[in-house]
Design a protein around this ligand. Structure first.
Ligand code: DND
Length: 233
């Protein structure tokens, strides 16, 4: 990685330190319900942050853990930004919220980042006393039966499917009507509709269109500094 501009480098170092402290604090008091928001986060944006915060509040969780996928198993079509950049952006985006922290578990794990492996990891770390909730957009959940070891995954955690503009819940409801597992393990939650997507942000950046107010300022600065999305993705 090239060097960051000194001010942003300082800010990132501080954000990573704060993230470490938040993680340690969480480990001593995880709270009964643990929210885990997995994603490619290329880049992370306000849609992700608002969804996570709404879930945290509605489900009475003391923290939400963001888990950037190291090697997303389902994204072959475009050139994914290096995991370390996506991790740094997630750390910068969550720095100001004491209830959010970012885990490196998938960034540091070699091979495809399957959610089942991550949930096994958190289950091992925490034991059986806690309820794990994997937070996902309702769109991603439609594909869930293609995920690795889905039956085991459904035993390891609950899913919270957050609404997302442009995606109809009807399809999810129809799918759930045919699956006892889905009915038992999935909760649907309406979150403030923000029509923001990482795909659109990457496209906007490559076309020199503004991305301001779609994602936290420090993340925008980071993208600008590394010119992460200059080429069309
Ligand atoms: P995405 O690439 O869709 O994440 O990945 C979601 C998660 O699914 C990751 O943790 C993957 O590792 C996991 N997955 C996918 C496929 C197979 C397997 C696992 C497997 O184990 O076999 P994005 O960065 O695009 O988005 C993160 C989340 O935020 C998604 O659930 C997305 O739907 C949601 N989201 C929004 N929700 C509300 N409003 C918005 C949103 N934009 C994205 N504006």
């Amino acid at each position: 990685m090239d060097r960051l501009e000194p001010r942003l480098e300082y800010y990132l170092r501080r954000a990573r330190e704060i993230n470490e402290l938040k993680m340690k604090r969480w480990m001593s008091h995880p709270g009964y319900r643990v929210g885990i928001m997995g994603g490619t986060f290329d880049p992370i944006h306000y849609g992700h942050l608002v969804a996570a915060d709404t879930v945290r509040h509605e489900f009475n969780m003391n923290s939400v853990i963001f888990v950037p996928a190291g090697h997303p198993p389902h994204k072959n079509a475009y050139r994914i930004t290096a995991a370390e950049h996506r991790y740094n952006m997630a750390v910068l985006a969550t720095e100001s919220n004491p209830c959010f922290w970012v885990s490196r578990v998938e960034v540091d794990r070699p091979g495809p980042s399957y959610t089942v492996d991550t949930m096994r990891y958190f289950r091992r770390e925490l034991g059986n006393r806690y309820e794990l909730y994997f937070i996902t957009g309702a769109d991603a959940l439609l594909e869930i039966f293609n995920w690795k070891d889905i039956s085991e995954l459904m035993q390891l955690c609950y899913f919270i499917a957050v609404t997302r503009p442009g995606y109809d819940l009807l399809q999810l409801r129809e799918q759930a009507a045919h699956s006892r597992e889905l009915l038992d393990r999935v909760r649907v939650l309406e979150v403030p509709a923000l029509s923001i997507s990482s795909t659109d942000i990457r496209w906007r950046f490559s076309q020199q269109k503004p991305i301001r107010y779609l994602l936290p300022e420090k993340v925008e600065e980071y993208i600008n500094c590394y010119k992460l999305y200059s080429l069309p993705h």
